[in-house]
Design a protein. Structure first.
Length: 192
């Protein structure tokens, strides 16, 4: 235990000592940040009396009645201190910046995907005489699974089949065919 005599450990804090503690802690509960007149302040032992703590300026801290009673004789190191408002603010600001960067990156990605779709459609139109190209939503679905290179090569194959009249641009048979071609192109690229 402690070398502090029992009578000194058990001695209640004087008015003067309590005032020094409250003044040092700016009359603010160090656990929750509450201040008078909303709460009644008390002096709390950092190292509890039951664990050998002394009633001294360096072992006392300002606590509101609710926090002090809730803490009981738990040592201060085991109780979560009041969150620092500045740190919470900075953490929130960091999260906001990260979310804004995510939104900006998502918007840039969507714009780039739209440009890729337009380029693939232009390529398809140039490869057939029927003015055929897959709709943007079909290309977006393909681009969600495959790289732009795979999608472009697959669309080129289908555009040639439509130009050679092996597939009709007016039926929807070309859609599953396009997906099958994309799967084969991907497998071929992976095997090379």
């Amino acid at each position: 235990m402690s070398r502090i005599p029992k009578e000194q450990r058990d001695k209640p804090a004087s008015k003067r000592l309590r005032f020094e503690v409250f003044n040092r802690d700016q009359f603010t509960c160090q656990y929750c940040g509450a201040q008078p007149p909303d709460v009644v302040l008390e002096c709390d032992h950092i190292t509890p009396l039951s664990h050998g703590g002394a009633t001294s300026l360096d072992n006392l801290i300002t606590a509101c009645e609710a926090c002090n009673k809730g803490k009981s004789d738990t040592p201060l190191g085991q109780v979560a201190p009041r969150p620092d408002a500045d740190l919470m603010y900075l953490k929130t600001q960091q999260e906001i910046v990260e979310l804004q960067r995510f939104i900006a990156a998502t918007e840039a990605k969507n714009e780039a995907l739209e440009q890729v779709c337009e380029a693939i459609q232009e390529r398809a139109w140039s490869l057939n005489s029927y003015d055929w190209a897959p709709a943007e939503h079909i290309l977006m679905q393909l681009l969600d699974k495959y790289s732009p290179v795979v999608v472009e090569q697959s669309v080129a194959v289908v555009a040639k089949k439509i130009d050679d009249r092996e597939l009709s641009s007016h039926s929807s048979r070309w859609v599953p065919f396009l997906w099958g071609v994309a799967k084969r192109v991907q497998q071929q690229m992976e095997s090379e």
